[in-house]
Design a protein. Structure first.
Length: 217
């Protein structure tokens, strides 16, 4: 995927017709939906799914490399989504089939550093539609979705890299200011190793809808 992105950048830059590229800065604010699933099948067969929403915000910098393409670097914070559930454990007496219910609150906070390429098509002189694709270097601040099931995983600040994409539209308010909206998505699929318990596999799908305020310099 890295070679594919750099190849697109190289081909687009060769066709750059503008003599003075303009930089763009954008602020994004919106809402993210989080869908999680974790499973540990070998020791106790534990599995759990959860979903929740959070507010999101980000900042993005772009550099046009042709009339229709730009390269971008952004930092996006997907907020803290509280995934609460009830954990049932045996009461301690053998064969009494009585369980204790313990409420668990699992705040999962995610952010991502993104590098990608943006392509756009003008609908008219002020309105365009755009598509973005790239790599999201994501990180969990403290808890990962592996904590949805019972395990002894102690690793924190787990991170990785996955492909993201987005679609959106922008409208020019003036020569240097534009507004827009954007829908983006990427999915995380990981396996974390336990010390004494079995490994935990999990997936985390993040959908984000944001308003965009941008400046051209």
């Amino acid at each position: 995927m890295n070679k594919y992105l750099f190849g697109l950048v190289f081909l687009a830059s060769n066709s750059f017709a503008s003599s003075t590229p303009s930089f763009t800065t954008e602020f994004l604010i919106g809402s993210s939906s989080h869908k999680l699933h974790a499973s540990q099948d070998f020791d106790i067969g534990d599995k759990r799914s959860s979903s929740n929403n959070s507010t999101s915000h980000g900042i993005r910098f772009g550099l046009p490399i042709s009339e229709y393409f730009s390269v971008e670097l952004s930092k996006h914070f997907y907020g803290e989504a509280d995934h609460s559930y009830i954990l049932k454990i045996p009461s301690g007496f053998i064969h009494d089939y009585v369980f204790k219910s313990i409420p668990v609150s699992l705040p999962i906070e995610t952010n991502a550093l993104k590098f990608g390429i943006k392509g756009h098509v003008n609908i008219n002189a002020k309105l365009n539609v755009n598509l973005r694709v790239g790599l999201a270097n994501w990180r969990y601040k403290q808890y990962s979705p592996a904590m949805l099931v019972i395990n002894d995983i102690q690793e924190q600040s787990h991170s990785g890299r996955d492909v993201y994409f987005s679609v959106g539209s922008e409208y020019e308010v003036s020569d240097s200011i534009y507004i827009g909206f954007e829908y983006s998505q990427f999915s995380i699929k990981e396996t974390e190793q336990g010390v004494y318990t079995a490994d935990v596999s999990y997936s985390h799908k993040i959908n984000d809808l944001s308003l965009v305020l941008g400046w051209t310099f």
